[in-house]
Write a new protein. Structure first.
Length: 86
């Protein structure tokens, strides 16, 4: 974990912006390379966009902070659901 944290600290904003994270992670999680073809993706994008806008308006968050909060909520929900299925 420490090595990952060090890499993240040393990664510039420009490098982060220029990295295709879906492509980078798709070697481990192939669904990241293929889900774009699903017709349902556009509906989910619209719903997530509305949630981001709601977070921005309700909490005064920036676009980036709102996105990070959504990602963190999704991750924690994933962990909760994973734990329940055991």
């Amino acid at each position: 974990m420490k090595s990952i944290e060090e890499v993240l600290k040393k990664t510039t904003e420009e490098n982060q912006e220029n990295t295709d994270w879906s492509k980078a992670w798709s070697a481990k999680y192939p669904v990241l390379a293929t889900y774009h073809n699903s017709a349902y993706v556009e509906k989910i994008k619209e719903q997530l966009s509305a949630m981001i806008d709601e977070l921005k308006a309700a909490n005064g968050y920036s676009e980036q902070d709102s996105m990070l909060v959504i990602k963190d909520i999704l991750y924690n929900l994933y962990k909760e659901r994973k734990d329940k299925s055991k």
